[in-house]
Design a protein around this ligand. Structure first.
Ligand code: FPP
Ligand code: MG
Length: 308
C-alpha cells in the first residue's frame, strides 16, 4: 500500500467477493510511491478538514491513477510495471482492462458523497488524461509545444487535480486553490519530463521497468526533440526513427544526444518546472505545509542525479 494514512480506506474499497478478482486487485495495488494521494493529504492540511473525507478522495485519486496505469500498459505494450510483470502480461488483456474498469468504478464509489467541486475537478482531470493519450498518438505541429500539451494533459492534470481537491476539502478560497493547482501542474510536468529522461538515459535495474521504450515505439520525448533540434543528422535520424530503430541505433542516438548535452537540457527543463511549482507555493500565506510540499517537489528531481 502506498501511503499508510489511506491504506485502510483502500483495503476496504478493494475487498472483492471473488478470489481471482482479489488477486488482480492486489497485484494492481502493489508498490508505488503514492505521490498523488500524498498531495491531496498535504494540501488539505492548509486548513480544517474532515480527515475521512480527505482520505476517501486521496484513495479515489490513487485508484484512478492505478486504473490508468493498467490501461496505459496495454496501450503501450509494456511488460513491466514497478518491477513486476504488468497485469495484462500475467492475466491477459481482457481481465486487465476489466480490473482497470473495476478500480475506476471503485474510485467513484469512494467519491459518491463528495461535493460537486471535487467531482468536477476529478472528472475534468480524467477527460484530460484521455485526450492527452490521444494527442500523444496524433501530435502534429510545433513538436515541443505539442509535447508540453500532451504531458500536461496525460500527467500534470491529475497532479493538479489532487492538489486542488486538497485545497477544496480544507475550504481554501478560489485564488488559493488555483495556486495549489498550479503547484501540482508544474510538479506533474516535471515528473513526466523526468520519466521521459529516465526512459532514455536511465537504467532498467534502477527504474523497475525496461527503458528505451519511448524511442523504440517512435515516441519523441523532450530529450529526443532536443537532439533532433541540434543534430546536423536530424533528417536521417527522423527517417530511421519512423522506420523503427535497431538496438545499436538506439545506443548510437543516446550517445550522440549525450554529446549534444540533451540530458542536461532535459534535466534543466524539469528543474525549471520545479522552480515554477515552488513559485506558485510561495504565493500562498505562510503555512508549515508549504515546506513539506517544497521538499516533496525538490525530491522529485533526485532520480536525475542517481543515474549520472
Ligand atoms: C503513463 O504515461 C500514463 C499516463 C500518465 C496516463 C494514462 C491515461 C490513460 C490510459 C487514459 C485514462 C484512463 C483511465 C482509466 C483514467 P507513460 O506511458 O509515459 O508512463 P510510464 O512510463 O509509467 O508507462
Ligand atoms: Mg506507459
Amino acid at each position: 500500500m502506498p501511503v499508510a494514512e489511506i491504506s485502510a480506506v483502500l483495503k476496504e474499497a478493494v475487498a472483492a467477493p471473488d478470489p481471482r478478482l482479489q488477486h488482480l486487485l492486489d497485484h494492481s495495488l502493489t508498490g508505488g510511491k503514492g505521490l498523488r494521494p500524498t498531495l491531496v493529504l498535504l494540501c488539505a492540511r492548509f486548513g480544517i478538514h474532515d480527515t475521512l473525507e480527505v482520505r476517501r478522495v486521496a484513495a479515489a485519486i490513487e485508484l484512478i491513477h492505478l486504473a490508468s496505469l493498467i490501461h496505459d500498459d496495454i496501450l503501450d505494450g509494456a511488460a513491466v510495471r514497478r518491477g513486476l510483470p504488468a497485469l495484462h502480461c500475467l492475466y491477459g488483456p481482457v481481465p486487465a482492462v476489466l480490473t482497470g474498469d473495476y478500480l475506476f468504478a471503485t474510485a467513484f464509489g469512494l467519491l459518491a458523497g463528495s461535493k460537486k467541486a471535487i467531482l468536477t475537478t476529478i472528472t475534468e482531470a480524467i477527460r484530460s488524461m484521455c485526450s492527452g493519450e490521444i494527442l500523444q498518438l496524433t501530435a502534429t505541429g510545433p513538436e515541443k509545444k505539442s509535447y508540453f500539451t500532451y504531458i500536461g494533459q496525460k500527467t500534470a492534470a491529475l497532479f493538479s487535480a489532487a492538489c486542488r481537491c486538497g485545497a477544496i476539502l480544507c475550504r481554501l478560497k478560489r485564488p488559493q486553490q488555483n495556486y495549489l493547482a498550479r503547484f501540482g501542474w508544474h510538479l506533474g510536468l516535471a515528473y513526466q519530463i523526468i520519466d521521459d529522461y529516465l526512459d532514455l538515459f536511465g537504467s532498467m535495474a534502477r527504474m523497475g521497468k525496461p527503458n528505451r521504450q519511448d524511442l523504440a515505439r517512435g515516441l519523441l520525448t523532450l530529450p529526443v526533440l532536443r537532439f533532433l533540434e541540434l543534430s546536423p543528422e536530424a533528417a536521417p535520424w527522423r527517417e530511421k526513427i519512423n522506420r523503427g530503430l535497431k538496438a545499436a541505433e538506439i545506443d548510437e542516438l543516446i550517445a550522440a544526444a549525450r554529446q549534444l548535452k540533451c540530458d542536461e537540457y532535459t534535466a534543466a527543463a524539469a528543474g525549471e518546472q520545479i522552480s515554477l511549482a515552488i513559485e506558485a507555493l510561495e504565493m500562498l500565506p505562510p503555512n508549515p505545509v508549504q515546506e513539506e510540499l517544497a521538499l516533496l517537489a525538490a525530491r522529485t528531481l533526485n532520480p536525475l542525479y542517481e543515474y549520472e
